[in-house]
Design a protein around this ligand. Structure first.
Ligand SMILES: NC(=O)c1ccc[n+]([C@@H]2O[C@H](COP(=O)([O-])OP(=O)(O)OC[C@H]3O[C@@H](n4cnc5c(N)ncnc54)[C@H](OP(=O)(O)O)[C@@H]3O)[C@@H](O)[C@H]2O)c1
Length: 337
């Protein structure tokens, strides 16, 4: 099978597709999934260079998020509710390949109304934004929310979830084109370009001096955002896409009765696994209601273009979820399942 194999740690731009790789060997509780689409993540770039917390032994296949079907030759472990051909999405090391092995308990059924390209970017992105806003910030209808990187993967999900929950949303991004995406596709009420100095003053103007109740920040803009947070505001620390881990002046936290709130969705499987099905049930209900919709970047990459997709991500050119279409659905093959 084809796979984007890392044989030696290096920047992904120096790696090309391997075409004759043995199929993955499933473990005891694992199934094999035929990958149709895979999500591109910034951490893939780090992992290829050995700079990410999760460091698989060499050689390993890059890629994590995927959507596809349970393979025809897959073992079905005891208790596994899936059968060959079922549509699923999930995350497992090695998603940039024709097939991936994955613990069946970590799979979720892909709703019929969600295409594989959209399904490929759900597993990490959407529960992160949902749990941040609902579980951690306890967002209420009518509250003001500021989302940074509002056109990015987790950002545009946060914009849509906040709107669906009845909040008023200010999307902030680094270019006018991305602000347009955050408003037109994400549904943000206002857009602010944070490449301008003192951009937070615009937030205060929009909120008539009150400031925002919730900050959702995957970039590393907490310090600037605290200048436009409301009394008793909650600032969600989601990520550091800009590459710097900020030091926060604690007097700002004290003066406005602010809560700094972290969210690490990946840790829920170890720390709070009971919360995961609750979040997914509520999210899948939201998808079914069509009040939110996964957003994918217009350019879809093929498996031999993984490098191009990761380069576009690194250059901040993408919006929504950038996706690799590993295989096109073949109706003739499907009927044999
Ligand atoms: N806490 C969690 O559980 C969790 C879960 C998933 C992801 N995350 C983190 O959230 C962050 C965003 O993830 P994502 O999937 O939404 O990524 P993404 O789709 O690549 O979006 C990131 C956005 O950040 C903005 N940005 C600002 N400065 C940047 C810089 N120097 N380099 C790159 N981007 C920059 C860019 O938007 P503009 O061009 O508009 O500035 C970019 O589009 C990442 O740090 C990720 O690790 C955390």
């Amino acid at each position: 099978m084809r796979a984007f194999v890392i044989k030696k740690l290096s920047h992904p731009s120096k790696i090309s597709l391997s075409i004759d790789v043995p199929e993955p060997q499933p473990g005891q509780r694992q199934v094999i999934v035929d990958v149709y689409s895979a999500g591109l993540n910034f951490f893939d770039i780090l992992q290829a260079q050995g700079k990410y917390q999760n460091k698989p032994a060499l050689p390993f296949t890059l890629g994590s998020e995927f959507a596809g079907r349970i393979a025809r030759n897959s073992p079905i472990p005891k208790g596994c509710p899936y059968k060959a051909g079922d549509r699923v999405f999930g995350a497992s090391q090695g998603a940039f390949a024709d097939k991936v092995a994955v613990d069946w308990e970590r799979l979720i059924t892909l709703p019929d109304n969600v295409p594989f390209d959209q399904g490929a970017g759900l597993f990490i992105t959407w529960p992160t934004s949902y749990e941040a806003l609902v579980g951690r910030a306890e967002l209420k209808p009518g509250e003001w929310v500021l989302v940074t990187a509002a056109a990015g993967g987790v950002g545009i999900a946060a914009v849509q979830i906040a709107k669906a929950l009845g909040a008023k949303v200010i999307g902030a991004a680094g270019s006018e084109a991305k602000l347009d995406v955050a408003k037109r596709i994400g549904g943000a009420d206002y857009g602010i370009n944070y490449s301008k100095p003192a951009w937070y003053k615009e937030v205060l103007e929009i909120t008539e001096g009150k400031g925002v109740d919730v900050i959702y920040d995957p970039v590393g803009l907490i310090n600037d955002s605290l200048k436009c947070i409301a009394w008793k505001g909650r600032a969600l620390v989601v990520g550091f896409a800009a590459g710097t881990i900020e030091k926060v002046p604690m007097n700002l936290v004290l003066l406005k009765n602010v809560s700094l709130v972290g969210v690490h969705w990946g840790a829920y499987s170890v720390k709070e696994s009971g919360r995961i099905p609750v979040v997914w049930k509520e999210l899948l209900d939201l998808f079914a209601s069509n009040r939110v919709k996964p957003v994918t970047f217009t350019e879809v990459y093929s498996l031999d273009e993984v490098t191009n997709g990761l380069a576009a991500l690194e250059r901040r050119e993408t919006w929504g979820k950038a996706v690799v279409r590993v295989n096109q659905e073949n109706p003739a093959e499907r009927s044999k399942l």
